[in-house]
Write a protein that binds this ligand. Structure first.
Ligand code: ATP
Ligand code: MG
Length: 415
């Protein structure tokens, strides 16, 4: 195939089996989120570049190196959305949703980040996320966490999953911590990685997130964030952890968890799995009380998360199709057209029906078997005249003659 007809690097075709897993994950997530009162919002895939520059911060990985950014023919500076929260916040402002607080919204769809493709890391991937706006109490954090937990539980993937939780405090806590961190690292600049030197200038907290071995070694002796927490921040975090215990949701406090984006405060969290190698994060989020005001809106607290559908799909066990397959095999010229009519009638009764299109009986039986058919209905011309068909139950290996008029009821009784 010619080079330029390949899919774009890091972007995948989701063939039916995988697409079906995506559909199942997304519909399970949205019906579970519905139990918590989240309603779906759909925002555009293209957004003005300024939206992400102002919300994510220019030291974030996304803004500094991962955005698909371009100027369109009209000279507008645009980005293929790399995440969902900023778009929801923009919609909140543009659509005047501040009157409807508290507001619970969920979203799903493709996101784009130009990073190095590998298993579980793609340049186009899908997220499902929830945002709870307008509630500053820790009970909102708990509801959002419980919703994420319930979705993972319903999908049956909790086995390899751990919830990591941390607080990055309020503004006062972070201000105090930032100063301590800057003074500690300023004396050890020669040992810091190049990236972290840059972070020291622009956003020192992000050094905690570093994967560089020499940074990690320095971090062992570094001042601890929790020592800088204000009383308010401690009380808030305490309510979240106590609430999780009461809810029976297991978690680990991870003091190094800071999350990559600028808009977080207080609670930050990540559900990780041991089953996907390096791409271990499956659901991540936190509280973002400053986001809406950073975008020029009224001060509006918020808390939310997003999960990666691609990564969850890899964790999901193989799935059986929900509807049993029934295969119709017409034998002889006259039966061919009659089979189309009977198939249509059975579908009208809610059955999933496949037609054996060509080849001899053995070949058609083989195809029916390959499709995983529960039963095969053989329509022979002679039988049809008598209004009968032969039903072979492939699961039990039994066979019976059934009248065409009661075929639907008979086939339904098999499953
Ligand atoms: P990572 O540390 O793996 O890069 P992240 O912190 O960049 O993750 P978030 O921005 O928090 O990820 O996005 C939420 C979730 O979206 C992640 O936990 C992950 O499951 C998924 N995700 C993020 N980037 C990708 C990607 N490039 N391909 C597939 N899934 C992704
Ligand atoms: Mg990332």
């Amino acid at each position: 195939m010619s080079q330029n007809l390949k899919a774009v690097k890091g972007m995948r075709d989701l063939l039916p089996e995988l697409a079906e897993k995506f559909r199942y994950i997304e519909s399970t997530a949205s019906s579970t989120a519905g139990l918590y009162g989240f309603n779906e919002i759909r925002t555009p895939i293209l957004e003005p570049t300024a939206l992400f520059l102002r919300s994510l911060g220019d030291t974030s990985d996304i803004v500094s190196k991962e955005m698909y950014r371009f100027t369109d023919h009209g000279g507008e500076d645009l980005v293929l959305r790399p995440e969902g929260t900023a778009g929801v916040a923009r919609a909140f402002l543009c659509e005047g949703l501040a009157q409807h607080l508290p507001l619970k919204l969920c979203y799903q769809g493709p996101m784009f980040r130009r990073e190095r493709p590998q298993r579980g890391r793609y340049r186009q991937f899908s997220q499902f996320g929830v945002e709870l706006l307008g509630v500053e109490k820790p009970q909102a954090d708990l509801e959002v966490l419980a919703c994420g937990y319930r979705i993972l539980k319903t999908l049956g993937v909790l086995g390899t999953v751990t919830l990591h939780l941390n607080t990055i405090g309020d503004q006062a806590s972070r201000q105090d911590y930032r100063e301590k961190l800057v003074s500690y690292f300023s004396e050890r600049k020669s040992e810091l990685s190049k990236d972290s030197l840059d972070r020291l200038e622009k956003n020192p907290l992000r050094i905690l997130d570093s994967k560089d071995p020499s940074d990690i070694a320095l971090l062992k002796e570094a001042p601890k964030l929790h020592a800088s927490l204000s009383e308010d921040a401690k009380t808030f975090f305490n309510e979240v952890t106590e609430g999780l215990k009461l809810l029976g949701i297991p978690f680990e406090v991870d003091e190094r968890l800071v999350r990559g984006l600028d808009y977080y405060c207080h609670t930050v969290f990540e559900f990780t799995t041991t089953a996907l190698g390096a791409q271990s994060a499956i659901l991540a989020g936190g509280r973002y009380d400053g986001l809406i005001s950073d975008l020029g809106g009224p001060k509006t607290p918020g808390v939310g998360w997003a999960f990666g559908v691609d990564r969850l799909a890899e964790l999901l066990p193989e799935r059986q199709s929900e509807l049993a397959v029934i295969s119709l095999i017409p034998l002889g010229q006259e039966a061919e057209m009659k089979a189309v009519m009977i198939a249509e009638d059975l579908r009208g009764q809610g059955l999933r029906v496949e037609l054996g299109y060509s080849g001899n009986l053995a070949k058609r039986m083989k195809r029916a078997d390959k499709l995983g058919s529960q039963a095969v209905v053989i329509l022979g011309s002679d039988e049809l005249i008598k209004g009968l068909a032969t039903v072979k139950n492939l699961k039990l290996g039994t066979q019976s003659e059934v009248s065409i008029s009661s075929l639907g009821a008979h086939l339904k009784s098999l499953s």
